[in-house]
Design a protein around this ligand. Structure first.
Ligand SMILES: [Zn+2]
Length: 217
């Protein structure tokens, strides 16, 4: 799932736990992706591209058993929950952050190619419903509607709706091989892929956090 819709998921979690501050929830929904960025920059996880990139199907998340495996995501969520609820005594925040971390895993499983391992050291089977590759325009519509649903649940204003709609529209050329776009510049430049994703994470978290009705303070 693309960055803006992961970020919008924080609005659902915040609705379920209205007393918790939004910022840690925003970080939690993108914790797996932030780990992926750091581990790619460190050379521990690896991304590859085809010689031409016409859509996300030409970008391969070749090795990411630590940031994106079922076991590491669930373990990170449980650890975050235990530390915040049992250690710091903040029950609602612990649950919200734990759910936030797991939400990323579930949304990626629904959209990714088969690139999510069960655990580090288990190369097969890999999980992912493959929506981006099999039906990219369906993926676009599903993500768009999901983002708007998050906005609706937030009872957000028109600025938040614009962020979510534009954030999704910006991904259209990435999803459709037929629509040319800036993704062609990513061919053979996996580090640039990571940087583009990192910028998207930061920008969408800040924008969604800034325009949510339920923002902190
Ligand atoms: Zn992810």
């Amino acid at each position: 799932m693309f960055a803006v819709d992961h970020a919008a998921t924080a609005l659902l979690v915040k609705r379920a736990y209205p007393s918790v501050p939004l910022t840690p929830v925003l970080v939690s929904v993108q914790a797996m992706e932030l780990a992926w960025v750091g581990l790619n920059y460190a050379g521990i996880e690896r991304t590859a591209t085809e010689s031409t990139v016409r859509s996300v199907a030409d970008i391969h998340l070749a090795y990411m058993p630590y940031s994106h495996s079922v076991a590491t995501a669930v373990a990170a969520a449980v650890m975050a929950w235990l530390i915040v609820e049992k250690g710091l005594g903040r029950a609602a925040l612990g649950r919200a952050v734990g759910i936030g971390v797991v939400s990323h895993l579930l949304l990626d499983l629904a959209t990714h190619a088969r690139d999510i391992a069960l655990a580090p050291g288990w190369p097969t089977p890999k999980l992912g419903l493959g929506l981006y590759a099999a039906a990219p325009l369906v993926a676009f519509v599903v993500e768009f509607l999901y983002g708007v649903f998050c906005w609706y649940v937030d009872r957000g204003g028109s600025a938040l709706l614009a962020v979510i709609c534009l954030g999704n529209l910006a991904n259209l050329s990435f999803l459709s091989p037929a629509i040319p776009g800036p993704e062609s510049y990513l061919a053979g430049r996996p580090t640039l892929v990571v940087t583009v994703v990192f910028v998207q994470i930061v920008v969408t978290l800040i924008l969604v956090g800034s325009f949510s009705r339920r923002r902190d303070g």
